[in-house]
Design a binder for this molecule. Structure first.
Ligand code: GLY
Ligand code: MN
Ligand code: MN
Length: 453
């Protein structure tokens, strides 16, 4: 870890300590024990998925290789890290990186049982203990060792979740690193598309250039050629090279110290209506980002994007009505069925996007936009995605027809566009007091796409 990042990490930990001190006091807790968690094997199998740690623990200890670890947070004391380090020649045991070690009181354990017993002994004096992790594990610990603990107490969790939306300078630095890695991958993917490679090959090019294995990714890459671009979370990568070779949608990110980037680009193989739509949507996305201001509701951005898409569809002759009417008649909802974006951080869809107060009040999206994951007010320190799309999805076009709206649509233009699947353009932005920082565009424009984490 570079010197500057180390300094930011120290500040991040200091701020977290303050934040947790307040949250614990507000919620009548003396201390919190955070459990990293562990993987479970697949059904009737001795293999399991890759381990994913409790994000509350990663918030303090951003080292993803920490299965079974625990962290004790007690206001006024250095946080204590209990590291599970089995004697094992089948797997490489977790280790604490040097840049982290000085920040915690660290004790290592060869067995989970010994680790839990040490936690229990250290927590015996904390009468009110919040146990934060997988519910089953928290309940088992409570039953065996700590009847005085409460598992994931909801008002404390609300307070912690809510504040995770505001990223520290350390977290932003991590996200710049994960952006740089992903952008290197996207540039390689574009080149692979220009060489008419398969989804499988494009994905390999992405992984190599972003210096990641599939296990490092924050989410499974979405690599869709032609009509696969119209499957929002398309989960396969075929070896086919489709003929004709029309379009690519690639939604792929990276992680640095646990922090995700989440980036989508769409390409057309030839000039034409679809290529023009990509250009128009890109311009509309940039125009919308330029308007973002603290104090606005994210929902209003989402609605503005639908209005813009109404105009795009009208100008491109895809609908036969004005942009305003396309919006009023809800035609745009069939072309953009997902939300404009979501909070981003340790989780791709970061927590508390619909939690509008620290005490847990939620704001669901309106019925028309049920898929919208972010309904909070835009505020300084937040990082979120802006990811509009225009898709040609047979099922949703059929629904428009069933609603008697066919006469409002240009059927031949839609027929022409269905084989291209769709477009999504996704950037990750930071709301700063001096304006919006577009992490993604900055990396593409300055060609900082390289793995430096
Ligand atoms: N990659 C999933 C999303 O964009 O939300
Ligand atoms: Mn996203
Ligand atoms: Mn995405």
């Amino acid at each position: 870890m570079e010197t500057q990042l180390k300094q930011l990490y120290q500040q991040h930990l200091d701020a977290l300590a303050n934040q947790w001190q307040t949250a614990l006091a507000d919620n009548q807790q003396d201390a919190a024990i955070l459990w990293a968690g562990h993987t479970e094997n697949f059904l009737f199998d001795d293999q399991g998925p890759m381990f994913r740690a409790n994000p509350h623990l990663l918030h303090w200890f951003p080292h993803t290789d920490c299965e079974h670890a625990a962290l004790l947070v007690r206001p006024g004391q250095q946080a204590k890290l209990y590291l599970w380090q089995p004697e094992d020649y089948w797997h490489l045991p977790p280790a604490i990186p040097a840049w982290c070690a000085a920040h915690f009181a660290v004790q290592t354990f060869a067995t989970v049982e010994a680790l839990e017993q040490a936690v229990a002994a250290d927590c015996a004096g904390s009468n009110r203990l919040a146990s934060i992790g997988a519910v089953q594990d928290g309940l088992a610990f409570q039953e065996r060792y700590a009847a005085h603990s409460s598992v994931n107490p909801s008002s404390l969790m609300h307070q912690l979740d809510y504040h995770r939306a505001y990223k520290s300078p350390f977290e932003l630095a991590c996200m710049r690193l994960s952006t740089a890695a992903a952008v290197a991958g996207h540039q390689a993917a574009e080149a692979a598309f220009n060489h008419k490679q398969s989804e499988f090959q494009i994905n390999l090019a992405y992984l190599a250039a972003s210096a990641q294995s599939a296990l490092d990714l924050p989410y499974g890459n979405i690599v869709g050629l032609n009509d696969h671009a119209g499957v929002l979370h398309y989960q396969h990568q075929t070896h086919d090279v489709p003929q004709p070779y029309l379009s690519l949608l690639i939604d792929a990110g990276a992680r640095a110290f646990g922090y995700a980037s989440d980036i989508t680009r769409t390409y057309a193989a030839q000039p034409g209506l679809f290529a023009d739509l990509i250009t128009s949507l890109d311009a509309a996305q940039q125009a919308l980002i330029a308007t973002i201001k603290p104090g606005q509701s994210y929902l209003s951005l989402h609605e503005q994007m639908h209005q813009s898409i109404g105009h795009l569809l009208s100008d491109a002759g895809i609908v036969k009505v004005s942009g305003e009417q396309a919006y009023e008649d809800k035609l745009t909802q069939a072309f953009l069925p997902h939300g404009l974006g979501h909070l981003l951080g340790l989780q791709t869809h970061d927590v508390a996007g619909q939690q509008v107060t620290a005490d847990g009040k939620t704001q669901p999206p309106p019925e028309d936009y049920a898929a919208l994951r972010l309904t909070r007010t835009v505020e300084v320190g937040q990082v979120f995605t802006i990811e509009p799309g225009i898709y040609f999805i047979p099922m949703l076009q059929a629904e428009l027809a069933a609603q008697g709206k066919s006469k409002l649509l240009n059927a031949s233009a839609i027929q022409e566009l269905l084989p291209f699947g769709g477009i999504r353009i996704e950037d990750n932005v930071v709301v700063r007091s001096d304006g919006i920082e577009n992490l993604t565009r900055h990396a593409f424009e300055n060609n900082v796409g390289s793995r430096s984490a």
